[in-house]
Design a protein around this ligand. Structure first.
Ligand code: SF4
Length: 337
């Protein structure tokens, strides 16, 4: 997807002279540049419409204050003893109907935190705590890890440095086919490029602005041919009348195209929203097909009916176990933090 031109860039006073700020803003020569105090004063303002902003998001360059690396939500993991996540960016170029970011944030503007060095320092600190325990760090929780990479230079900065932290694994989760930067490097054994996938028909309707499934699978194949480890992420599982046939077809296609030996892990997880988030998204997008359900509310969480959710999970577990070793399959049931 060609990047829509950014009209406005807000820059926090404190990082105005940061080399990464200068580099990123130089990529949008015609943009109006405004200096701000703390990004939160703008980004968290209540009186804004996520949907309206999504049509023409501004770019906010900021410094991540406080903790850069956080514990991943319970139930989120691919085999490590400890799981963390970090977000160098908030919001995404794509516009998936089920994306929780639209319920989480008041604003659709892209926030990029330019102090990558602070993120790395914290990752290294965490990696040194109890070094024998396997830790996994996830990127792509509050954004797509690669979709904006030509602007942010995220992969170029982080990957060669993460390669050296051998006792940890790093997942970059994406729907992007923007893999040139990865192809220009030697594959990194402790980095997993994890692609989110849905049946074709579902992705066509719900994964708005994201590359189609064929292009994602081609990108994965391309990477595995070069020696990169990949992850398959069927999360969230989406219900439709023929969901079982569609998922079965998708699994067949994935395992036909991607060499099993290059698949680090396969995970799947249910669609779930905290009640308030669900309400906000539904009000903002009342005609969205996703909300046909059938949903129910359980302990403050909106999800597919219990028996349906279980049926879908059992089906995936069973089908995937026929394709790849059970030790590589993870059922992730996590609620949004
Ligand atoms: S790719 Fe991920 S982060 Fe981006 S809109 Fe879709 S669900 Fe949200």
């Amino acid at each position: 997807m060609a990047l829509k031109v950014i009209d406005t860039i807000y820059i926090e006073e404190e990082i105005k002279e940061h080399p990464r700020t200068i580099d990123i803003s130089s990529k949008f020569k015609d943009a109006r540049v405004l200096t701000i105090g703390k990004f939160g004063e703008l980004f968290n303002k209540k009186s804004q419409s996520f949907r309206l902003q999504k049509r023409n998001p501004a770019l906010i360059l900021a410094k991540k204050a406080g903790r850069c690396v956080l514990p991943a939500p319970k139930g989120f993991g691919i085999g490590g003893h400890k799981n963390y996540y970090f977000s160098h960016m908030y919001n995404c170029l794509y516009d998936c109907s089920y994306c929780f970011l639209q319920g989480l944030y008041a604003s659709a503007d892209y926030v990029v935190f330019v102090n990558y060095e602070d993120f790395l320092e914290e990752i290294i600190e965490k990696s040194e705590e109890n070094p024998s325990s396997v830790k996994t760090f996830f990127s792509g929780y509050d954004c797509d890890s690669l979709a904006f990479d030509k602007i942010t230079g995220f992969a170029q900065y982080f990957l060669p440095r993460l390669r050296k932290i051998e006792n940890c694994e790093f997942e970059l989760r994406t729907k992007s086919i923007n893999i040139e930067v990865l192809k220009s490097m030697e594959p990194i054994k402790n980095c997993i490029i994890a692609f989110s996938l849905s049946p074709d028909e579902v992705a066509k309707t719900l994964d708005k602005k994201a590359p189609n499934i064929k292009r994602r699978l081609d990108a994965m194949k391309n990477l595995t041919d070069q020696g990169w480890n990949v992850g398959l992420r069927f999360d969230p599982l989406i219900y439709s009348e023929d969901w079982d046939i569609m998922y079965s077809k998708l699994f067949d296609k994935c395992f036909e195209i991607i060499d099993n030996n290059m698949i680090h892990s396969v995970s799947f997880g249910p669609l779930r929203f905290p009640k308030a988030m669900y309400k906000k998204i539904k009000i903002d997008s009342p005609r969205e097909k996703l909300f046909i359900g059938p949903f129910e509310m359980n302990n403050g969480t909106v999800a597919y009916k219990n028996d349906l959710e279980k049926q879908m999970s059992d089906f995936c577990q069973d089908q995937l176990s026929r394709k790849i070793g059970k030790e590589k399959i993870f059922h992730c049931v996590s609620d949004v933090v």
